[in-house]
Design a protein around this ligand. Structure first.
Ligand SMILES: Nc1nc2c(ncn2[C@@H]2O[C@H](COP(=O)(O)OP(=O)(O)OP(=O)(O)O)[C@@H](O)[C@H]2O)c(=O)[nH]1
Ligand SMILES: [Mg+2]
Length: 243
């Protein structure tokens, strides 16, 4: 197993160094890739200051959304020639714990979903309205898209690179939380090897959330559109998402 952890960042200068250091020092992964959108708070400079061949930075010109940051990161991993076998997606605000990642990496699957809303999973200091929004979002996506998973909007995941290689990233076009839903939707046309591992999600202590109303509206509109169209069937989705 050779793992790359991808962390998208926008203004996470206060938390990014601790996260990377704990991953590298505990040898939880081989390498880390930060995809930074030219954060005004100099997140990228903090990453560069760590000065390690195991820490990579993909610096983009301006804030372009979570989905496009992950697409760029996945493509970087595929093109890197570094022979990674697994890719982890992880937030750069301290909400995701490396101790949970170690358990996720021990769970075999083409896709491992870090899951808050299952037995053993939890959230710490997360406002009740955010919990309700997250649970409602997952419930709606679960029913509308018939995806039998308990945390469809979370960003803490392990992907097998062999499986990612088969996906047509150009077909995955969403940006906010719904990008996480679209990844599961696309991957479920490829494999049934999708497992859930309980995680504890901790509310960020520094920096500010990038969540906003347009991200929620995007999710509702896009999921509803997929649900109405999706009755056309699994094969149409497969042709769309798989190379
Ligand atoms: N590169 C890049 N990273 C982003 C963008 N939007 C969000 N991120 C990062 O994606 C991760 C998740 O974003 P958050 O703002 O923490 O969103 P969240 O965890 O869903 O919301 P909170 O619970 O409010 O923190 C963080 O590391 C952000 O810095 C973006 O447009 N570009
Ligand atoms: Mg967060």
């Amino acid at each position: 197993m050779k793992t790359l952890v991808i962390i998208p960042t926008y203004n996470e200068a206060d938390s990014i160094v601790d996260i990377i250091t704990s991953l590298i020092e505990q040898n939880i992964c081989a390498d880390v890739l930060v995809v930074d959108d030219n954060s005004p708070d100099s997140t990228a400079m903090r990453v560069l200051s760590l000065n390690s061949p195991r820490i990579h930075l993909l610096l983009r010109e301006s804030k372009s959304g979570l989905g496009s940051a992950y697409r760029a990161g996945f493509q970087w991993a595929l093109d890197s020639g570094l022979n990674f076998t697994h890719i982890v997606s992880m937030d750069g605000d301290g909400s995701h714990r490396s101790v949970d990642l170690a358990r996720m990496l021990n769970s075999p699957g083409d896709l491992v979903l870090g899951t808050r809303w299952m037995e053993g999973g939890s959230t710490v200091n997360w406002p009740i309205y955010r919990q309700l929004l997250s649970r409602a979002g997952t419930k709606y996506a679960q029913l509308a898209l018939r995806l039998p998973f308990d945390d469809l909007t979370g960003g803490f995941r392990v992907y097998s690179l062999e499986m990612l290689r088969k996906l047509n990233f150009n077909a995955i076009t969403s940006e906010g939380y719904v990008f996480q839903v679209e990844m599961v939707r696309a991957i479920s046309t490829l494999t049934t090897s999708i497992v859930q591992v309980p995680i504890t999600f901790i509310e960020r202590e520094t920096g500010v959330s990038k969540m906003n109303r347009s991200i929620v509206i995007e999710a509702i509109v896009v999921i509803t559109r997929w649900a109405l169209r999706g009755r056309a069937g699994y094969n149409a989705d497969k042709l769309h998402y798989v190379k």
